[in-house]
Design a protein around this ligand. Structure first.
Ligand SMILES: Cc1cc2nc3c(=O)[nH]c(=O)nc-3n(C[C@H](O)[C@H](O)[C@H](O)COP(=O)(O)OP(=O)(O)OC[C@H]3O[C@@H](n4cnc5c(N)ncnc54)[C@H](O)[C@@H]3O)c2cc1C
Length: 490
C-alpha cells in the first residue's frame, strides 16, 4: 500500500480521509477503539481562534478561524452554533474595552462573518441572560459565536467517509514493530536503499500478528507518538502531555443557555457548556507523565473546577453529589521547555525520522483537516508522486443518507445496529461511550442499557455467557472509576 496510518483519533482519521481522496492506496490501524484516546475526551468545542490571539499566535488564529468555517460547511450537524459569554470584572470598564478591541482585531483578521461577530453586554443585560452570576465588580461581557461538536462522532464520521472512498481500517490492531524494508532484510551485500517500512500489527481478536508493508508510514498516535517512534529505535522524546478533566452536571443545577466562561482561581478560563439536559465544566491543564487511555481524575482536579463554578455562581453550591459523570484526556503537545502547561503552543509539528517514518504531534481537533492536508502533502513528496488535489474542504463528511446526530443519549435498536454493522463497534464501551455517549450524558450513564447492548454485541461476536457478564461488569466498573475521586481514593 502507499500509506499506512497508525492511530485512529481525529488526526489519523483526517489523514486517511485526505490521502484516499487524493487517489492513494491507504490503510489505518488503531490500537483500541477508534477515538478511544484524546479524541473522545476534549472540551468538544470548535474554537474560532480568539484564545490564541492572547498568546500572539496569529497563524494559529487564522488557521482555527478558517477551519471552523470549513467544518460548519462539511459537517454542519457536528458544529452546533452557540453563544460564548465572557464576563469581565474590574473596578473600571478598561478590561471590557480591551477585550472589545481584541475581538475587533480578531474578527477583522479572521474574516468572521457578520452574523458571528461579537456584541458587548452591559451588566444588566448579562445578569438578565445568565441567572445567578456573581455581580461583584462585574462590568459586562463580550459575547460571540463558538461551535459545540461531538469529538468521537466527528472522528467516526471522518473515518466512515474515508472507508467509503476506499480506505482499509482496522480497530483493535496495535502497531507493535516497525522495520525498514530493504535495509533490515537484505543482510550483507544487499541493497541499502529504503523502499518503505514494514509494520507488525497484532490482531487483538485472534492474537495473530500480521505484517503490513507501506511506502510511507504516518504516526498519528497522539499521546503515544513517542512510543510509536520508538518502535523503530531510540527517538528523542518530543511530546509533552498535559491532562484536562471535565465534570458533567444536570442542567437544572446550573441552568445556562449559553457557553459561559468562569474564571478559575489561577485566572485560567473554565468553560461551562450546556448541551441537552446537562452542562459540562472544564477544563484543567496540568502536566501528566505517561500516555493513558483513561487518565486519573484527582480530588484536586475536581475541587479546582467546582471552586471555579461556585465562585462565579455563589448560590449554586455545586458539590460532589451533583456530578453525574466525568472524563479526563491528555493533550499531545509538542514540548517547549520552561513553559507552563497553558503556555505551551497548540500548534502542530511534523517530524521525519531517518527511516522515513512521518510523525505528527500537537494540534487541535478544530484544525485536524488542515493538519491532515499538510501531512498528505509531505507524504506525496516522499512518494515522489503527483495526485489529485486535496478535496477534504469541499466534500461533506456525510455524502448521502441521514447524518448521525451528535451526543445522543437515547438508545434505539437502529442505533445499536449502525454501531455494530457500519462503525466496527466490538465491545460495550465502544457502543455506549463513543457511538452513543451515554456514559457522559445519559441520566444513568447508560447503565440501564448495558445488558441489552452486551447481548447485541455478544450475539454478533459470538460471546459466551462468561464473556457477556465480564463486559457488563467492566462497563459498570468504568462508570464507578470516573467518579472514584469522591471516595478520596486516588
Ligand atoms: C482536556 C482536553 C480538552 C480539549 N479541548 C479541545 C477543544 O475543545 N477543541 C479542540 O479543537 N481541541 C481540543 N483538545 C485537543 C484535541 O482533543 C486533540 O488535539 C486531539 O483529539 C488529538 O487527536 P489525536 O488523533 O492526535 O490523538 P488521539 O485521539 O489520542 O488518537 C491517537 C490514537 O492512536 C492510537 N494508538 C496509540 N498507539 C498505537 C499503536 N501502537 N498502534 C495503533 N494505534 C495506536 C491510540 O489508541 C489513539 O486512539 C482538547 C484536548 C484535551 C486533552
Amino acid at each position: 500500500m502507499d500509506v499506512l496510518v497508525i492511530g485512529g483519533g481525529i488526526t489519523g482519521a483526517g489523514i486517511v480521509r485526505d490521502a484516499v481522496m487524493r487517489g492513494l492506496r491507504v490503510g489505518l490501524v488503531e490500537r483500541g477503539d477508534f477515538a478511544s484516546g484524546t479524541s473522545s475526551r476534549s472540551s468538544k468545542l470548535i474554537h474560532g481562534g480568539l484564545r490564541y490571539l492572547a498568546q500572539g499566535d496569529i497563524p494559529l488564529v487564522m488557521e482555527a478561524a478558517r477551519e471552523r468555517r470549513c467544518l460548519t460547511e462539511i459537517a454542519p450537524h457536528l458544529a452546533l452554533s452557540a453563544r460564548m459569554v465572557v464576563p469581565v470584572r474590574g473596578r473600571t470598564t478598561a478590561g471590557l474595552l480591551k477585550l472589545r478591541a481584541g475581538m475587533w482585531s480578531f474578527e477583522k483578521m479572521a474574516k468572521v462573518e457578520a452574523e458571528d461577530r461579537h456584541e458587548i453586554w452591559r451588566t444588566e443585560e448579562l445578569v438578565s441572560h445568565i441567572a445567578g452570576l456573581e455581580t461583584e465588580r462585574l462590568q459586562g461581557a463580550a459575547v460571540y459565536t463558538e461551535y459545540i461538536t461531538d469529538d468521537a462522532r466527528l472522528t467516526l464520521e471522518t473515518l466512515k467517509s474515508a472507508k467509503r472512498h476506499g480506505a482499509l481500517l482496522a480497530n483493535y490492531a496495535p502497531a507493535v514493530s516497525i522495520e525498514e524494508i530493504g535495509r533490515a532484510s537484505s543482510g550483507n551485500g544487499g541493497s541499502s536503499s529504503t523502499t518503505g517500512l514494514r509494520v507488525g500489527v497484532r490482531d487483538e481478536l485472534s492474537g495473530k500478528e500480521l505484517r503490513i508493508e507501506a511506502t510511507v508510514v504516518v504516526n498519528a498516535a497522539g499521546p503515544w507518538v513517542d512510543e510509536v517512534r520508538n518502535l523503530s529505535g531510540g527517538a528523542k522524546p518530543r511530546i509533552q502531555l498535559t491532562k484536562g478533566i471535565h465534570l458533567v452536571i444536570p442542567r437544572e443545577r446550573l441552568p445556562v443557555d449559553d457557553i459561559v466562561v468562569a474564571t478559575a482561581a489561577d485566572r485560567r478560563m473554565a468553560f461551562v457548556v450546556p448541551h441537552g439536559d446537562v452542562v459540562w465544566i472544564g477544563t484543567t491543564d496540568t502536566f501528566y507523565r505517561k500516555p493513558e487511555e483513561r487518565p486519573t481524575i484527582t480530588r484536586e482536579d475536581v475541587d479546582y473546577l467546582l471552586a471555579a463554578v461556585n465562585t462565579n455562581w455563589p448560590e449554586a453550591r455545586i458539590g460532589d453529589d451533583d456530578v453525574r459523570g466525568a472524563w479526563a484526556g491528555v493533550r499531545p503537545l509538542v514540548a517547549q521547555e520552561g513553559k507552563s502547561p497553558s503556555e505551551i503552543s497548540r500548534r502542530h509539528e511534523i517530524l521525519i525520522e531517518p527511516n522515513g517514518l512521518v510523525s505528527i504531534g500537537g494540534g487541535k481537533l478544530t484544525t485536524y483537516r488542515q493538519m491532515a492536508e499538510r501531512v498528505v502533502d509531505q507524504v506525496l513528496e516522499r512518494l515522489d508522486r503527483t495526485a489529485d488535489p486535496c478535496r477534504t474542504a469541499d466534500i461533506p463528511l456525510v455524502e448521502d443518507g441521514e447524518p448521525v446526530a451528535m451526543a445522543r443519549t437515547t438508545l434505539g435498536e437502529d442505533d445499536v445496529k449502525v454501531a455494530l454493522e457500519e462503525e466496527c463497534a466490538l465491545s460495550v464501551p465502544d457502543v455506549l461511550e463513543r457511538r452513543i455517549r451515554a456514559n457522559l450524558f445519559a441520566a444513568d450513564n447508560g447503565l440501564s442499557h448495558v445488558e441489552s447492548v452486551a447481548d447485541a454485541v455478544g450475539s454478533r461476536a459470538g460471546w459466551n455467557d462468561q464473556r457477556r457478564d465480564r463486559e457488563i461488569a467492566d462497563y459498570r466498573a468504568r462508570i464507578a472509576e470516573d467518579v472514584a475521586w469522591r471516595e478520596g481514593s486516588q
